[in-house]
Design a protein around this ligand. Structure first.
Ligand code: MD6
Ligand code: FE
Length: 221
């Protein structure tokens, strides 16, 4: 019998879609929720990246982030020496950010509803590109105006360990191994909790190669 690639074993369930799993107050893991539409999502990632190439933005302190970021939607998130904020244009090109692909908005809204957050209509999507070794240090997502709205996060490509802590940086973090197609939704009591991503291990995804892509959807304005 031919060996089955490990990624399939992790996302294949004999019992149909996995039940949502809470890993914090208001924080829900939807294992494999985006797998059925991941080909369309990867097509759209490529189109967004062609229109607005991912770039390593500078933190306000002047250090380049290790992940390369681009955005789509009415507004996009940027960081530079002036700080963190949402803009309606890509500062690299001066053009509006690419529109949010319908495939993105659709799965994000369905995932939010599945996790208990109805009527989520994101206006921004960050598209983070992680080469092996890239990471995201502990941070809070606090630049959005409406903190009653959750965040939806979709992982594609290489697996990575996601850290989910608490209201202060020192709180103990749980670890989740996120693989291609996994979706995390959080809001409510944990909307401002610290979280991050450990350095992405070396590897090769059948379509994306040595890359992890994370989509995070927000209602920014
Ligand atoms: C990442 N994600 O998974 C980084 N933020 O690559 C985030 O920083 C994040 O996944 C808010 C909500 C979900 C996330
Ligand atoms: Fe975040």
């Amino acid at each position: 019998m031919p060996a089955r690639p490990l990624a399939d074993v992790q996302t294949l369930s004999l019992f149909g879609p996995e039940a949502p799993r809470a890993f914090g107050p208001g924080a829900v893991l939807l294992r494999g929720f985006a797998t059925p539409t991941s080909d369309a999502l990867m097509d759209a990632v490529e189109a967004v990246a062609a229109a607005a190439p991912p770039r390593r933005m500078s933190t306000p302190g002047g250090k380049p982030m290790s992940a390369a970021i681009t955005c789509c939607g009415a507004v996009g998130w940027v960081t530079d020496r002036k700080g963190y904020r949402y803009t309606d244009r890509d500062p690299s090109s001066g053009r509006p950010w690419p529109p949010m692909p319908a495939s993105f908005a659709d799965v994000a809204s369905r995932a939010a509803a599945h996790a208990g957050y109805v009527d989520f209509t994101p206006d921004a999507c960050l598209v983070n590109h992680y080469a092996p070794g890239a990471r995201m240090t502990l941070h809070r997502d606090e630049d959005e105006e409406d903190l009653d709205q959750p965040i939806v996060s979709i992982s594609l490509g290489l697996p990575a360990t996601f850290l989910f802590g608490g209201p202060t940086r020192r709180d103990r973090a749980v670890r989740l191994l996120l693989t291609h197609g996994d979706v995390v939704v959080w809001g409510g009591p944990s909307r401002l909790f610290y979280h991050g991503v450990l350095p992405v291990p070396e590897g090769r995804h059948p379509r994306l190669g040595p890359l992890r892509v994370n989509l995070t959807f927000r209602k920014a304005r």
